[in-house]
Design a binder for this molecule. Structure first.
Ligand SMILES: [Fe+2]
Ligand SMILES: [Fe+2]
Length: 272
């Protein structure tokens, strides 16, 4: 079992967020802001999934998972809280979060679904966040240096996503979840996640008045498809998930360990 530490991040989320906080780049700012908008609703669902999963286990298995699940819930709850403060600043900038309502409507359809569906959806999303996290931890300069507080927030969140990447997956397997459904949900989540990200990013750019600027599209092309591009760098780890013998623990998490060790002055472990 993984030991998951809950950390209180020492950043000031009261100070406002600049319009193009991410290196002055409209596209990257809009993309990160879009992802932030999805977190409060998404992370609440992940918390509910692992809680449900834990309750569905036998008492012996519950004892094995309890501490890890509590750590997972604590980490996601902290992410939610800080990203809610972040998102309130985005509202002040005139951005409108449409992703949240769409996700809530979709999750309503799952209300009575079996717990393994919840966990397969959570595990797929967690794989996405873990590979994005690893990408970000290896390319921290893409966050720019205009707002060190937000760069720290994204890297801390990334480090913890990488750290707890096995929890939902292990619960799914402990409850007898099979390979076919795991893969089926990954395909669906990939489509939903990419479309939602695209829609919210475009909406953010439109509200920002920068959607039709040449510099926006040039940045999008290079950030997504360039030599160090997000799509190019994450395609392979994304595909790994479809292997029958895949386990998230096989993926490299050294960048996460390194960040947490090098930035211990920027957080306080809770309950330590
Ligand atoms: Fe998170
Ligand atoms: Fe997570």
């Amino acid at each position: 079992m993984t030991e998951l530490v809950v950390r209180r991040l020492l950043v000031d989320m009261q100070a406002p967020i600049a319009r193009h906080w991410c290196g002055g780049d409209a596209f990257r700012t809009a993309l990160f802001n879009a992802l932030s908008m999805s977190f409060p609703v998404g992370e609440q669902f992940f918390i509910d999934s692992v809680r449900k999963g834990l309750n569905a286990l036998t008492p012996g298995e519950q004892a094995r998972f309890r501490a890890e699940v509590q750590g997972f819930m604590g980490q996601e709850a902290t992410h939610r809280r800080l990203h809610s403060l972040y998102n309130a600043h985005l509202e002040q900038l005139g951005l409108v979060n449409e992703w949240d309502a769409r996700a809530r409507a979709r999750l309503k359809l799952l209300e009575h679904a079996e717990v393994r569906h919840w966990l397969a959806i959570t595990a797929a999303n967690e794989h996405f966040t873990a590979i994005l996290a690893e990408f970000l931890l290896r390319n921290p300069d893409l966050l720019g240096d205009q707002d060190p507080r937000l760069a720290t927030l994204w890297l801390w969140h990334s480090a913890e996503e990488s750290e707890h990447r096995c929890t939902a997956f292990d619960l799914y397997q402990a409850l007898g979840g099979d390979h076919e459904w795991r893969v089926r949900w990954m395909k669906r989540i990939t489509t939903i996640f990419l479309l939602d990200t695209l829609r919210q990013t475009v909406l953010n750019l439109r509200r920002d008045g920068t959607l039709w600027r040449w510099s926006t599209w040039r940045s999008a092309a290079s950030y997504l498809f360039g030599r160090r591009g997000l799509v190019r760098r994450t395609y392979r780890p994304w595909r790994e998930y479809f292997r029958r013998d895949f386990h998230p623990g096989q993926q490299d998490a050294s960048a996460s360990h390194r960040w947490l060790a090098d930035h211990a002055h920027q957080y306080v472990p809770v309950g330590a």
